[in-house]
Ligand binder design. Structure first.
Ligand code: PEP
Ligand code: MG
Length: 883
């Protein structure tokens, strides 16, 4: 293989298309070099070397050393320097770069090549001793941390002591001689802690750093990050070695990050932050609060620090030229890192920028309107799951806000929860089912698990591109960053703002859209959807083939779903209409009745309630199809549990509580999910199906009378295993329809179909379709019964199954396409063989999972049905499946 790819001097051996080989950073550096942009020369050691490294006991291909030396010499030629030279030394950065961006997860070393000799050369060449030794101490700190495993705090303590002794407060108070002294103490610390001197040979330094970067692919935080983002371990990382340029060479130097469009709102304006006289990671680390890039942004933020536009007009003009060029070239919003060295701009990175879901929509729509991408590409660019972010509630504007502090609006959305100050605590409480807000001075990659567990994140330090802000946006979590008025005391577990103190466990709310921190729990309201959301959805609807319906049992759900663009109800679970307290009592009466007569009494009470509910649903759905499922109550959810509940039902039924308790015990099941539920109830007590059918048909007549529009009624029989079961229930339904039609003198259409949620039903689909007019796959039960894994108990061991790789994802969340999916395919094809026009849908939870939606499209279903908030996700996923 080819083990080294050079770039620089207006050309490169790599290109953007080689991301798998060169990693994102390396591929884009090569691309920028090929575009003639100012990129410090360097070379990329590809991911294939990482694979070799792990396959061969952490060793390298034997040609690698020679190739690296050769590439270094080329870099030297392009810069007019030489690696390790005592007079004119080449210094390099060594950075990781995987196929998928893993911000901050792996290691980086800057200023490599400095030693006791080359630091003097750097001082002479730059004419700045302070700069040279400041760079050297940064290098010693980073290298020791990354390569020698010596933690930062050793060096921080030395520096703090030194500053105290000298009466300094800021790092910038130290002059050249001070840094010489500090460097001496740093080296002593390295010798003391590691037992060897800090390495002086630049080549040894280089190989140490390369090895450390490859090794960091397997560090704990990288492993966690990959797990969370489904990044395969086999991909490996590349290593980029690149000539250093210095943003810390005084007031004409700077370093920064910029987005070609606003990553929070999507607005088409250069957006970013920079720091004068600073190096690489200072901006992202959020240690100093950065300055705005454009003057417009500075005016808006009210910052008293100069913008780049005014402070460095030449470099700003060059950045403007380059960002426009990069966005056109990549046809997407770019996230760039740059350094200005003594007035000259250098590009260190470009990549497609991470963005909020809201920004993603706006950017996609505007890029399409600008003609840079097609509408289909715009649709393809939105991650369906990310729409969830937009559909999150925000704080009710009418609510009184007790604002305790204001920071930066780092990631939109609002959330309430208990204060926790550590990520471990956040993760622990989350697993106990509690909602927490993670409060940190700043976050680091070690906090990923805590951020994931938290409802929202609050930091007291750092800008809009700080770690907390970037990661929270990616996760779609509300975040307020840089909230400087808050003093956090980790030891005491408190945060203090002026005279007010909050402690661990106190409830706060953060509003990531405006950057506010509020005391207590706030009332939330449903989100308003942007114009771009509607536009993308409209474009998606044009390409998708699958219909999208909603699982809705209440008028509120149905209305929400209509707003989100559902095309009908795919599942109305009628037992859910009885969850309300007075109704559940009546359902209990019905279930506990010992004879048909008392059962009919209870049913007579339920009939008007059901009818009224159905009328309302039909009216809301305005002629769209509405699939109503006959009662399917797992008995354990409906039987009375306490003595008080038993007595209450007994009173209503006028029977002896003891007798009723006996009856309840009689009905209790060992395995309710496989018990007396679904159509089995309707078979044993046909009067239940009869009551429901009557309520439905009478409601259809009523709604039709009120709206003048025919109701798209589909009556669905649950949990059948055999055609006989279905036919028996269908006969009752049809008879009731005739009766209602006769009594009312009205005509109405309807279909009777069934759920396919047992393996036998899928296998016998051909026979069942002789009488069933539609199928709806109940993949919750089908997954349960195909795996033989209880829906209610699976969580105890599914985690282990996922950790061990036995299943990739929870099969109740994303359809098991090979196993359960095989039964679905069989069901669809056998059903359609019998009845060509058979309408087929899905109404299990999988109907709103993007991967499962793709599968449903592929097997030729007519529609998917999912919970209201997932309707837009399903619409988009269906469109992408059709592209
Ligand atoms: C199913 O089993 O997939 C289904 C939709 O029904 P329920 O979840 O109500 O059992
Ligand atoms: Mg079911």
């Amino acid at each position: 293989g080819k083990w080294v790819y050079s770039f620089g001097g207006g050309k490169a051996e790599g290109k953007a298309g080689l991301k798998n080989l060169l990693g994102g950073k390396g591929a884009n550096l090569a691309e920028m070099a090929n575009l003639g942009l100012p990129v410090p020369p360097g070379f990329t050691i590809p991911t294939t070397v990482c694979t070799y490294f792990y396959d061969n006991d952490k060793t390298y291909p034997k040609e690698l050393e020679g190739l690296v030396e050769k590439a270094l010499a080329t870099v030297g030629k392009l810069t007019g320097k030489r690696f390790g030279d005592a007079k004119n030394p080449l210094l390099v950065s060594v950075r990781s770069g995987a196929r998928a961006s893993m911000p901050g997860m792996m290691d980086t070393v800057l200023n490599l090549g400095l030693n006791d000799v080359t630091v003097e050369a750097l001082a002479t060449l730059s004419g700045d001793r302070r700069f040279a030794f400041d760079s050297y101490r940064r290098f010693i700190t980073m290298y020791s941390d990354v390569v020698l495993g010596l933690d930062h705090h050793h060096f921080e303590e030395i520096l703090d002591h030194y500053k105290d002794a000298k009466g300094y407060t800021l790092d910038t108070d130290l002059d050249g001689d001070d840094w010489v002294e500090v460097v001496g103490q740093y080296k002593e610390a390295v010798a003391r802690e590691t037992g060897s001197d800090f390495p002086q040979d630049p080549h040894a330094q280089l190989w140490g750093a390369i090895g450390a970067v490859f090794s960091s692919w397997m560090n704990a935080r990288a492993v966690t990050y990959r797990k969370l983002h489904d990044i395969p371990e086999s991909w490996g990382t590349a290593v980029n070695v690149q000539a250093m340029v210095f943003g810390n060479m005084g007031e004409t130097s700077a370093t920064g990050v910029a987005f070609t469009r606003n990553p929070s709102t999507g607005e088409s304006k250069l957006y970013g932050e920079f720091l004068i006289n600073a190096q690489g990671e200072d901006v992202v680390a959020g240690i100093r609060t950065p300055q705005d890039i454009t003057e417009e942004a500075r005016l808006a933020s009210g910052s008293d620090k100069a913008s780049m536009e005014l402070a460095m007009p030449e470099a700003f003009k060059e950045l403007t030229r380059i960002y426009k060029l990069l966005e056109k070239h990549y046809r997407d919003m770019q996230d760039m890192e740059f350094t200005v060295e003594q007035g000259k701009l250098w590009m260190l990175q470009t990549r497609s920028g991470k963005r909020t879901a809201k920004a993603a929509l706006r950017i996609a729509v505007e890029l399409a309107n600008e003609g840079l991408i097609t509408k289909e590409e715009a649709v393809a660019r939105i991650d369906p799951a990310s729409l969830d972010q937009l559909l999150h509630p925000t704080i009710d504007p009418k609510a009184k806000r007790d604002v305790i502090a204001t920071g930066l609006p780092a990631s939109p959305g609002a959330a309430s929860g208990e204060i926790v100050f550590s990520s471990d605590e956040a993760a622990k409480l989350k697993s106990d089912g509690r909602k927490v807000i993670l409060v940190r001075i700043e976050t680091s990659p070690e906090d990923i698990h805590g951020m994931h567990a938290a409802e929202g994140i609050l930091t007291t330090r750092g800008g809009m591109t700080s770690h907390a802000a970037v990661v929270a946006r990616g996760m779609g979590k509300p975040c307020v960053s840089g909230c400087g008025a808050i003093r956090v005391d980790y030891g005491r577990g408190t945060m203090t703002i002026g005279a007010r103190t909050f402690k661990t466990g106190d409830i706060i709310t953060i509003d990531g859209a405006v950057g506010q921190v509020l005391a207590g729990q706030m009332p939330m309201i449903e989100p308003e959807l942007s114009g771009e959301f509607g536009t993308i959805m409209g474009w998606a609807d044009k390409v998708r083939k699958l219909g999208v319906r909603v699982n809705a049992d209440t008028p509120a759900d149905a209305r929400t779903a209509i707003r989100f663009g559902c095309e009908g109800i795919g599942l109305c679970r009628t037992e859910h209409m009885f969850f309300e307290e007075t109704r559940i009592r009546t359902v209990r009466e019905m279930i506990l009745s010992e004879d048909e007569q008392s059962r009919r009494q209870a049913l007579a009470k339920l009939l008007p309630m059901q009818r009224a509910d159905f009328v309302e649903l039909f009216e809301i759905m305005k002629g769209r199809p509405v699939t109503v499922r006959l009662l399917d109550p797992p008995l354990h959810e409906f039987l009375p549990h306490s003595q008080a509940e038993v007595e209450e039902v007994a009173r209503a039924m006028n029977t002896d509580p003891r007798r009723l308790a006996d009856r309840a015990r009689e009905l209790a099941e060992f395995n309710p999910m496989l018990g007396f539920r679904g159509c089995r109830l309707a078979i044993a007590y046909p009067e239940i199906a009869e009551m429901q059918a009557r309520a439905l048909f009478e409601a259809a007549v009523e709604a039709q009378r009120r709206t003048g529009e025919a109701v798209g009624l589909e009556v669905m029989v649950p949990l059948i295993a055999t055609k006989k079961e279905f036919d028996l229930v269908k006969a009752r339904i049809d008879a009731t329809a005739q009766a209602v039609s006769r009594e009312s003198g009205a005509k109405f259409g309807y279909q009777v179909g069934t759920m396919i949620e047992l393996p036998r039903a899928a296998l016998m689909a051909g026979e069942i379709a002789e009488t069933a007019e539609f199928f709806s796959f109940g993949t919750n039960d089908l997954t349960q019964t195909t795996f033989g894994i209880s829906r209610d108990d699976a969580s105890h061991f599914l985690g282990t199954y996922i950790d061990r790789g036995i299943v990739d994802v929870d099969p109740f969340v994303s359809l098991d396409q090979t196993g359960v999916g095989e039964l679905v395919k069989i069901g669809v094809s056998r059903g359609r063989n019998t009845r060509g026009s058979l309408k087929v849908g899905i109404c299990g939870e999988h109907g709103g999972d993007p991967a499962s939606v793709t599968f449903c499209h592929q097997v030729g279903m007519n529609y998917v049905s999912c919970s209201p908030y997932r309707v837009p996700i399903a619409r988009l996923a269906a469109a992408q499946a059709a592209l």
